[in-house]
Design a protein around this ligand. Structure first.
Ligand code: ATP
Ligand code: MG
Length: 453
């Protein structure tokens, strides 16, 4: 019999998070800020599918990268045998779409995206199996000015989000030929220190030796610090590109350090690479990473097109926002409707629609099977909602065609209540809200639809 059996609860997938309503204001604040900053630089949004052909990533990111080797959610579509992957990053998808739709035919494009990414990693703070990235991809630009613009734009975003403890690390990894020269010397150097290389590094020695420089193994730090530096192998053009980026950053007072060991996890990068890092998030300290990828279009079979971009880890940035105190919970609504009795309920419903027509956010108290509940319990809900006003329609108000309006945040709690005719309630509230906006603390919130007319 059913009642004797304990029904097992179904829980979400490990490493994939629910974003609950309590966190929604923080996400909205972040997303609105991102949107307005990117728009102020002329970036346009692009949305591509979460699922892409698997070879997009194996070809684009490189077979011997962390992501392709061990982090991808890949599967075969059982309906038709297609090999598919949940996107682990979105530069590949954006470039695929740009080629497919010939987006750069009439000149360069500044694009940005926001969305879920999937990587099969060990879940921990700041590292999830489903996470979000906001990224920008500037397609068709070859000069150092766009590299610098992307970085300056990030700085503006940190400023607007109130983040102070992120710093910029910068490097140039040159072009393929310069990397090959360096690579030969690097392998020779590592071969002289075989006893110090861990298993991972030994495995990478001939496939992706540059990545060994990125090791987090403390026992290898001194050895990798003394390894040949790619910066010393840059030719004239790569060098002047790198200097061009640095000049614009200095002109715009962007503080950075050059980290000669900074390389990126994906194969498609060349020349400028950068990371924004913080000490506040433990081992998961990189909040945003990017660089130039002039060869990716050609790798995907498109016309050679220079490009540069970045991706930021949204969850990590939100954690920084929380600790910097930027997080706050704005009110759920402007007006909370309290009512008692059948006629009052009908009038509240109608008034709610009229208030929304006038641009206000309104929560109507909804009845349960046992009725709407006492005034006292409804007023508690009104208070908890953060509403500036409660509109009360009781049996007397319903009969007399009036409403009682109570200011929930008034200084003078003695005289905070008025009774007005039902027909004037909307105008009264709009006037009050418009006049009250200066001292209304919800108005720092960019999500809030202001009712200035
Ligand atoms: P890490 O060295 O931390 O593994 P990564 O080099 O793999 O980072 P990128 O592929 O450059 O990361 O992705 C850009 C940003 O996306 C990272 O700097 C980070 O903020 C975020 N990110 C990457 N992987 C995850 C993840 N599994 N969970 C949450 N955020 C992530
Ligand atoms: Mg990683």
């Amino acid at each position: 019999m059913l009642e004797n059996k304990k029904i097992e609860k179904i829980v979400g997938v490990k490493g994939m998070n629910d974003i609950l309503p309590a966190d929604a204001p923080l996400w909205e604040l972040f997303e609105n800020t991102v949107q307005s900053v990117l728009k102020s630089y002329g970036f346009q949004q692009i949305r591509t599918p979460v699922v892409e052909p698997t070879n997009l990533f194996s070809r684009g990111l490189g077979e011997v990268t962390d992501i392709v080797e061990k982090e991808m959610y890949s599967f075969e579509d059982s309906m038709n045998g297609d090999k598919l992957t949940l996107r682990p990053e979105n530069t590949a998808g954006v470039v695929r779409a740009a080629i497919e739709h010939n987006l750069v035919y009439d000149g360069p494009k500044r694009l940005w995206y926001n969305g879920q990414m999937f990587r099969h990693e060990k879940p921990q703070r700041g590292r999830y199996r489903e996470f979000h990235q906001v990224g920008a991809e500037a397609l068709g630009f070859s000069g150092p000015d766009i590299d610098a613009e992307l970085i300056v734009m990030c700085q503006r975003l940190w400023d607007d989000l109130g983040l102070q403890n992120v710093r910029l690390e910068l490097n140039s990894i040159g072009d393929a030929q310069e990397r090959n020269l360096h690579r030969a010397d690097l392998i020779a150097y590592f071969e002289q220190h075989m006893d110090l290389l861990d298993a991972e590094a030994q495995r990478r020695l001939h496939t992706n030796p540059l990545r060994i420089l990125d090791t987090k193994n403390p026992a290898m730090q001194a050895m990798v610090n003394n390894a040949p530096k790619l910066l010393d192998y840059l030719g004239t053009e790569s060098k002047s590109h790198f200097e061009g980026v640095q000049k614009i950053l200095r002109d715009n007072s962007i503080v950075f350090t050059i980290n000669p060991r900074l390389v990126r996890g994906m194969d498609y990068y060349n020349r400028t690479v950068f990371e924004w890092v913080t000490d506040e998030l433990g081992a998961q300290g990189t909040v945003c990473a990017g660089g130039r990828y002039d060869s990716l279009f050609a790798i995907f079979g498109g016309k050679a097109t220079p490009a540069c971009g970045f991706a930021m880890g949204v969850e990590r940035i939100l954690e920084l926002m929380k600790s910097s105190g930027e997080a706050h919970s704005p009110s759920q609504c402007d007006v909370y409707l309290v009512h008692q009795g059948q006629d009052a309920q009908s009038q509240s419903f109608i008034l709610g629609e009229r208030l929304r027509d006038a641009g206000l956010d309104v929560v109507l108290h909804c009845a349960s099977a046992s009725g709407a509940g006492s005034f006292k319990s409804q007023m508690k809900k009104a208070d908890g909602s953060g509403a500036a006003y409660a509109v009360i329609i009781g049996e007397d108000e319903a009969a007399g065609n009036t409403v009682t309006i109570k200011a929930m945040r008034a200084d003078d709690m003695e005289n905070n209540q008025v009774n007005v005719p039902f027909e004037t309630a909307v105008n009264y509230l709009v006037d009050q809200m418009t006049g009250a906006t200066d001292s209304d603390d919800c108005c720092d919130d960019p999500n809030h639809i202001h009712i200035h007319h």
